[in-house]
Design a protein around this ligand. Structure first.
Ligand code: IMP
Ligand code: MG
Length: 181
């Protein structure tokens, strides 16, 4: 896989589509194993998680599973602003339901923490989080995600839904910012 460049920054190959697909299958199997009801509600956090959510939701082939979407924004450029803005809210009634949040990446944990707190106010049966990527070294607040595709070091990555100011979401593989950038 070749290097890619966005906004003058160079990124090198990090996780291939085959490696990603394997971890998606594993996480889906863990979720199915743990579900105690047959109609969990998957909650995809836009924008970054849309690609992972599509693959994970398909792989979690529970007959009455549902999916819905919420939108948050916290990143500008290659770092978190520390503040999370809710741009598109949740309209479903989640009381008594098993909710599985789908995130692309848990970095500082601010988004995850805020979302869990907000959901728990509406009396769900349970709230769990599935994230494709987790940077444990960056976590500042909240619990570890229940389901993790890959634990990674605190480096900036793009591809498979993850962006640099809106670009690079359409890459099928994941790339990491080169060390000397
Ligand atoms: P957190 O609130 O700091 O945990 O980060 C939440 C959001 O920041 C994630 O859902 C991503 O959208 C974005 N983000 C964090 N790390 C990266 C990265 O390495 N590349 C692209 N986006 C990231
Ligand atoms: Mg995100």
């Amino acid at each position: 896989m070749p290097l890619v460049t966005y906004q003058g920054l160079t990124f090198e190959p990090y996780l291939t589509r085959e490696e990603i697909a394997r971890q998606v299958e594993r996480v889906a199997a863990e979720i199915k194993r743990d579900c105690t009801t047959d109609n969990p509600l998957f909650l995809c956090v836009l924008n970054g998680a849309f690609m992972f959510a599509a693959d994970l939701f398909r792989a979690c082939d529970l007959a009455r599973a549902e999916i819905t979407f919420i939108r948050f924004k916290s990143y500008e450029g290659t770092s978190s602003t520390g503040k999370v803005r809710e741009i598109m809210g949740l309209h479903e009634d989640i009381s008594g339901r098993e909710v599985i949040i789908i995130e692309d990446i848990v970095d500082t944990g601010v988004t995850a923490h805020q979302l869990r707190k907000m959901l728990l106010e509406h009396n769900p049966k349970s709230v769990k989080m599935a994230t494709l990527l987790f940077k444990p070294g960056s976590l500042k607040i909240g619990d570890n995600p229940e389901y993790v595709g890959f634990e990674i070091p605190s480096k900036f990555i793009i591809g498979y839904g993850l962006d640099l100011d809106g670009m690079a979401r359409n890459l099928s593989d994941i790339y990491v910012l080169k060390k000397d950038e």
